[in-house]
Structures are given as C-alpha cells and as structure tokens.
Design a protein. Structure first.
Length: 432
C-alpha cells in the first residue's frame, strides 16, 4: 500500500473511532459532568448534525486550497477538537469540542477519497478509494472497542487524549507524503440563453441527489437494526450478553472484508455493485427479522450484513462522483458522507420509534429491510438513460480530479505528454 494511502487510511481510522467511541463512554461522562444520560447522548446527535450541516460549507470554503496544505490543516483542527474535549471543564466545553471535530469530518473523508482515486490507475480508482475508507471499518473492529476499554480503565478523558495523540501522529505522517493536486477541468459550452443554462445546471444535480437518497435509505435500513443490536441479540435471539461483543466484532470483520471486495467490484462492475450490495443487505435484514434461534446463523447473518454495508461504500462513492460529472468530486463526496450520517440518524430514529410504540425488536429489522429495499429500487434508476448524447471537449492538465476514466482498461488510450485532450461523453435530457 502506498504511504500516502496508508496515511489517509490512518486518518480515517481516527475519524471513524472518534465518531462512534463516544457511545461506549457515555455513562462515565454522564457521571462525571453531572448530566443525565439522555442529555449526554446529545453529544452523538450534535456531532452528526455538525457533520451534515458544516461539511458542504467547509468543502466550498476550502476548495481553493492545495491538498498538501488542506489535509494536514483540517486534521489539526480535528486534533484540537479532541484536545478540547479531553480538557473540558464542563458539558458545554465538551460539546463544543465535539462540534469542532465534526465540522471537518466530511471534508476530510471526501478529500482523502478523491485524492486516493486520483493517485490510482484508472482501472483501480474505486479499490484505492476503498483502501482509505477501510480505516472506518477498522475503527469498528479495533478503534471503538479499544477506545471504550481505555475509557473504562483510565477515564473518558484518556479516550480523547488517545484519539488526539493518534490523530497527531497520522497528521505528521501525512505531511511526509506527496499527493496529487486537484486540477479543475474547463468545460466550454455552446452559447445558450443564460436562463436556460442556469435551469440545467443546479448546484446539486438531480443524479447526485438521487444517489444521496439511495445512501440515506440504505444506511438507515442497516442502522435501524445495528443501533439496537445489543437488545436484539440478548432479548429477541436470547444470546448471552457476553456474545454480543463477539457478534459486533464479526459485523466489523465482515465490513473489513466487504470494503475490500466492494472496491474491486465497483471498478469491474460499476453499475451492478450498488444494487447487489443493497439487495444482500435487504436479504440479511429480512432473515434477521424472523429471527432465527440458532446463534451460528445469527453470527453469519451479522457478518453478511456488515460485509454488504461496507462493500456498498466504495460503489456509492464511485456512483456519486460519476453522477456529479465535471463538477467537483470533493463536493459530491462530501454530500455522500453527509447522506451516510443522515441515514444513521434516520435508522436510529426509526428503530426507537417502533420500540416506543410497543413493536418487537424483529420489527426493527423488518423496517430496516423495507428501507434498504426502497434504496435498492432507486439504485436501479439511471437518469438520462436512453437520452441523446452530447460530446464536450475537455482540456485538462495532469489529474482528472477523480472523474471516471473516459478510456476504460483495455481500450485505446491516446498518447500525450503534458497536456491531454480527450472526449468526455455526457448524457443530456431529451429536448423539451
């Protein structure tokens, strides 16, 4: 694995751990800062809200910065947020520290994935992007359990100090790497009436919003059950509480394997990868809605669910970058990450709503399956399919900033040096 990709993966490991480890240390935080458990639970909600709202704004505000400056600078902001949380004298300072870390969350992951895709050979862009997001999967397997153990042994502040130290080390490693800079593409267009051009060029194209909706619903379906995995496994399935940790680790292990396989599948089968992963997640949730009484079956299904969810991440990354077309892939990936966070919140809310109205835990899995099935149906839609084609000449220097390669592997690639000029075919809506 190239050193820059490893450094970015280490950074996403820290980011993923910081996002999720808070759930394991909430009780100790509540005891020390003197607030109720529901109140301290706002640390999770505020983090997610800051990620969703601040992500696109931070990405837009920093679009002109060089990646070699932007990535370490944002990581230092993330370190400062964790240090503030570790030093917080009260709940308000702790909350603000979490928000400081959260505002750079989406932009960092988006820039990391876009950079890895730009570094990769054209036929391996999704796989290299998956190597970066593998850090998030590893955080579920190792980061969150270890962070929780550190908090239980040495206090919750030690968890934040550990995150700050590890994040700083990853940032130093990042500064020692050379990464490609994004080069904006110039896309000349035929003269058109200004009003018509504006109508066809919204800030967020319809295909990007469609992919974001697929992400939200698919993630919401998985997290409707995952949020309540512990009571589901102990009450609905009847497993020993000690087995819960093992099964959650299996979920994370499945995610690690799925992330790697999903990256390769997204490169080889870009159109099929998303429906297949969503269909697999739907099948897993439906089987868990029964629920089966055999612990080995449950373990296999949890592992399958984790693999399907994480395998879909690189495929969705690829699809949303392709949907964005010649616009910024970093902004598209920021929207992508925000959609994942909205989906997590949606799933948690839906599961809680069903349980509060007296529905059983298996119904949460069934509701999750309904969401992922809806996402599967939407993923089959291909906007513009069958419409006319327009050829636009694009001239760029160096990298194509994460855009899909117009010359697939095995095809004829023009030989150029320095500047390169190629044809990018984009679909246009039929005449109205």
């Amino acid at each position: 694995m190239p050193l820059p990709v490893f450094a970015m993966m280490a950074c996403t490991f820290c980011i993923g751990t910081a996002e999720s480890v808070i759930a394991g240390i909430l009780p100790s935080i509540a005891r020390e800062v003197g607030v109720s458990l529901p109140a301290v639970g706002l640390l999770i909600s505020a983090y997610a809200l800051a990620v969703v709202l601040a992500g696109p704004l931070v990405t837009a505000a920093t679009a002109g910065l060089r990646r070699a400056v932007l990535m370490p600078a944002l990581m230092l902001v993330f370190v400062v947020g964790n240090v503030q949380a570790a030093l917080a004298p009260g709940f308000g300072w702790l909350m603000s520290g979490r928000v400081v870390s959260a505002v750079v969350h989406s932009t960092l992951i988006a820039v990391f994935v876009a950079t890895a895709r730009d570094m990769a050979p054209p036929e391996h862009r999704a796989a290299w992007g998956a190597k970066v997001t593998l850090g998030i999967g590893l955080s579920s397997v190792a980061g969150v359990p270890v962070g929780t153990l550190v908090g239980e042994a040495f206090g919750w502040r030690a968890t934040f100090w550990s995150l700050a130290g590890l994040s700083l080390a990853a940032t130093v490693l990042l500064t020692r790497c050379t990464v490609p800079e994004a080069v904006p593409l110039t896309v000349p267009r035929r003269p058109e009436a200004p009003g018509a051009d504006r109508r066809r060029a919204p800030a967020l194209p319809g295909p990007v919003l469609l992919v974001a909706l697929v992400i939200t619903l698919g993630t919401g379906g998985v997290f409707a059950l995952y949020t309540y995995a512990s009571p589901y496994l102990t009450q609905a399935v009847g497993l020993d509480p000690r087995a819960v940790t093992v099964l959650l680790l299996l979920y994370g292990a499945g995610g690690v394997v799925g992330n790697s396989l999903g990256g390769r599948a997204a490169d080889r089968f870009p159109h099929a990868a998303v429906p297949v992963t969503l269909g697999t997640a739907t099948a897993g949730l439906l089987l868990l809605a029964l629920p089966p009484g055999n612990g080995w079956v449950v373990a296999a299904l949890f592992c399958l669910l984790g693999a399907a969810y994480f395998a879909g991440i690189p495929a969705l990354n690829t699809r949303i970058v392709a949907a964005a077309g010649p616009s910024s892939p970093t902004m598209a990936l920021t929207v992508n990450n925000s959609a994942f966070c909205v989906g997590i919140a949606l799933g948690s809310w839906l599961g809680g709503l069903l349980l509060s109205h007296g529905h059983g835990l298996p119904s949460v899995a069934a509701a999750g399956a309904a969401l992922t099935a809806t996402a599967w149906g939407l993923s089959l839609a291909r906007p513009g399919h069958g419409a006319g084609r327009r050829t636009t000449r694009v001239t760029a220097v160096g990298t194509t900033a994460g855009l899909p390669d117009p010359f697939p592997a095995g095809g004829d690639r023009p030989r150029t040096t320095g500047r390169r000029e190629h044809e990018v075919h984009t679909r246009t809506p039929p005449p109205t």
